[in-house]
Design a protein around this ligand. Structure first.
Ligand code: ADP
Length: 159
């Protein structure tokens, strides 16, 4: 059985993330979306909220599941017995960061393969941070996230 983890902050999960997870689920038998508990970023949502929103977003898809994780993603990979790590790449901005992380992860676990999927054209510009900014300023985000995520963002902003 081929298993991949798709780790990230998912603060919150967007249609760009979901697109990558669904495409990965067409390649691997099982995809585990790993939600990192404490990234070096200012978060809007708690770990529980991020997990709940992601779970709801992929609820109908049999071979995708969502799990929180603490510490190194390579250790989480071992825990779920994944052979690969999936990441999404948007234009050139993500590449250098992903490349450095991939090299470090390879050092930490030489057996782990990184699989990068190119972001779909309609989501190239979409990031959780830009999304939060647009939501904060009252812009329409309905095409960019599932309905329950848009509602959660509006609730956070008190809109
Ligand atoms: P991280 O904090 O690890 O960067 P993110 O939640 O921001 O976590 O992103 C998780 C992964 O999803 C990363 O590989 C990122 O490049 C990718 N990603 C984010 N947004 C998109 C998108 N719109 N399309 C494709 N991949 C994306």
């Amino acid at each position: 059985m081929t298993i991949a983890i798709y780790p990230g902050s998912f603060d919150p999960i967007t249609n760009g993330h979901i697109d990558v997870a669904i495409r990965a689920a067409g390649i691997f038998d099982r995809v585990v979306i790993g939600i990192y508990d404490n990234p070096d970023k200012q978060l809007m949502f708690t770990l529980e909220e991020r997990v709940e929103m992601a779970k709801k977003a992929v609820a109908g898809i049999g071979n995708i599941e969502v799990m929180p994780f603490t510490g190194l993603a390579v250790n989480f990979t071992k825990k779920v017995k994944a052979q690969a790590m999936v990441r999404g790449l948007r234009v050139s901005a993500d590449f250098e960061h992903e490349f450095d992380m991939a090299m470090m992860n390879k050092k930490l676990n030489p057996e782990l393969e990184l699989v990068c999927l190119m972001a779909s054209p309609e989501y190239q510009f979409l990031s959780s941070s830009l999304l939060k900014e647009v939501a904060r300023l009252g812009g329409n985000i309905d095409d960019l996230v599932p309905k329950h995520v848009a509602e959660a963002l509006r609730k956070k902003e008190g809109a």
